[in-house]
Design a protein around this ligand. Structure first.
Ligand code: GDP
Ligand code: MG
Ligand code: ZN
Length: 305
């Protein structure tokens, strides 16, 4: 049985020339709404590749063989690099409070890099079973000043995890990003029962190397809610254009946008005191300066290439 009605779908997995596509808003298809698709030959997507997370229109749906053809690609909201995933709505920056030890400068880089994607950014702190309640409160307070309500997880207390899970089910498309060993795979295995990706203690990470060849995949958490599984990827933060940096810090944005402070020079990077009216007495100001410097040198390097 073939239908020729055009339907909107979501690419959940990609391998070679094939795509797995979930039909959107198609309750009458019941559970059987996942199709193995190829791209219609006559279609030229102007050299655009199709990525996991992309919205596509499918046609020539064969309900029996569960095959269909992708006939067009919708405009995407964003595209994450390494791993390539399109249309992310929420990035959960994930760090452990111990093992490996929290590195604030690195946490900041990951947060700001995520902010530059223009998506909703949250901070998850794992392994809170390894610290005292006092230390936990201290960290919550610290990151509150950075503009983030940290989600603190403790493997031995499931209520924190259940809150996170309930939140994820409200979001369109979420991804956990963070360095190696912080517990991302552990979390995903709890969120998606049956996934069983392999986890490894920090000391074994290097030995294990890059033997994971599975691809990026979207998993459905609820109606219209997905989470990205990124096996074998340990995401590195991107360099962000220095001109964009000020607005990515809530402490700066608050002053400039909400309070309307004005500096002498337009597009002030708030580095010098002369003519700059930014109140620089906030913890992340030194990290901000570091990022501006590294962004500049990155910029010059690329110009020389
Ligand atoms: N103590 C403690 N260890 C954890 C927790 N979550 C993960 N781990 C351990 O941290 C190690 C690395 O976890 P993994 O999920 O592979 O980290 P990934 O590299 O971010 O995917 C494993 O040995 C896990 O058992 C936690 O909440 N508490
Ligand atoms: Mg992992
Ligand atoms: Zn300024």
């Amino acid at each position: 049985m073939k239908t020729n009605s055009k339907n909107l779908g979501l690419v959940t997995k990609k391998f070679n020339d094939f795509f797995l596509v979930d039909l959107k808003n198609q309750e009458h298809f019941g559970n059987r709404n996942r199709f193995l698709c190829k791209v219609r030959k006559s279609i030229n997507f102007k050299d655009q590749l199709i990525y996991v997370g992309d919205e596509v229109v499918i046609d020539n749906i064969d309900l029996k063989s569960k095959r269909a053809l992708i006939i067009s690609l919708k405009k995407r909201k964003n595209l994450l690099a390494r791993p390539s995933v399109a249309n992310i709505s929420n990035i959960y920056i994930t760090f452990s409070v111990e093992e490996p030890e929290l590195n604030l400068s690195q946490v900041n880089r990951f947060l700001i890099s995520a902010e530059s994607m223009g998506v909703e950014v949250s901070l998850v702190l794992t392994k809170c079973d390894l610290i005292s309640d006092k230390r936990r409160s201290f960290l919550i307070d610290k990151f509150g000043q950075w503009g983030y309500q940290a989600i603190t997880l403790n493997l031995h207390k499931s209520d924190y995890f259940n809150n996170l899970l309930a939140e994820l089910k409200q979001k369109e498309s979420s991804i956990f990003m963070g360095p190696s060993g912080v517990g991302k795979t552990t979390l995903l295995n709890m969120i998606i029962p049956g996934l069983q990706n392999s986890t490894a203690p920090v000391s074994n990470k290097i030995k294990r190397g890059k033997n994971t060849t599975r691809n990026v995949e979207l998993f459905s958490l609820s109606n219209e809610s997905y989470i990205v599984d990124t096996p074998g990827f340990n995401m590195q933060p991107l360099e962000v254009d220095s001109r964009l940096l000020p607005n990515l810090y809530s402490e700066i944005k608050k002053q400039v946008v909400d309070e309307g402070i004005k500096c002498k020079f337009r597009n002030c990077l708030h580095l010098n005191d002369e003519g700059c009216n930014l109140n620089k007495s906030f913890e992340r100001y030194s990290f901000y300066k570091e990022m501006i410097e590294s962004s500049k040198s990155h910029h010059y390097q690329n110009q020389e290439d």
